[in-house]
Ligand binder design. Sequence first.
Ligand SMILES: Cc1cc2nc3c(=O)[nH]c(=O)nc-3n(C[C@H](O)[C@H](O)[C@H](O)COP(=O)(O)O)c2cc1C
Length: 140
Amino acid sequence: MSKVAVVYWSGTGNTEAMAMAVAEGAKGKGAEVSVITAAEFSPEQVGEYSAIAFGCPSMGSEQLEESEFEPMFTACEGRLSGKNIALFGSYGWGDGEWMRSWESRCNDDGANLACESVICNEAPDDDALAACRELGASLA
Ligand SMILES: Cc1cc2nc3c(=O)[nH]c(=O)nc-3n(C[C@H](O)[C@H](O)[C@H](O)COP(=O)(O)O)c2cc1C
């Protein structure tokens, strides 16, 4: 059975709602799923999972959230080469620049982006939640 981690940070609940849908999609395909906040996840855990979905909204100025998510993700980067991962997150007024930067960072790390990233404006609507479920299913 595949083991999938959904690792996320969310300040106002939008990316958290996406994370729950990602988990639902992976569970629907029979994966064993752990939903873990950025503060609870450490790089040593990367090797325990066959795939990881990372979720973080656009914060700062088109950046990852800097106090919990960014340090956690930076610490994981050396272990992402060849790893199946996928990215998701919510944004407000931007054009998704934070996600494009994040994707190229993951490519530089040698990670395998297993499916297209899912971004949505503020709270996820039904289409965004369906895309999140598909993202989860693709990692299972
Ligand atoms: C401090 C702060 C900085 C933000 N910076 C950006 C930004 O640079 N670009 C953007 O599109 N949205 C930005 N946002 C909007 C959030 O990405 C958006 O509200 C998102 O839905 C929050 O997700 P969450 O509910 O998971 O925390 C910012 C929000 C806050 C509170």
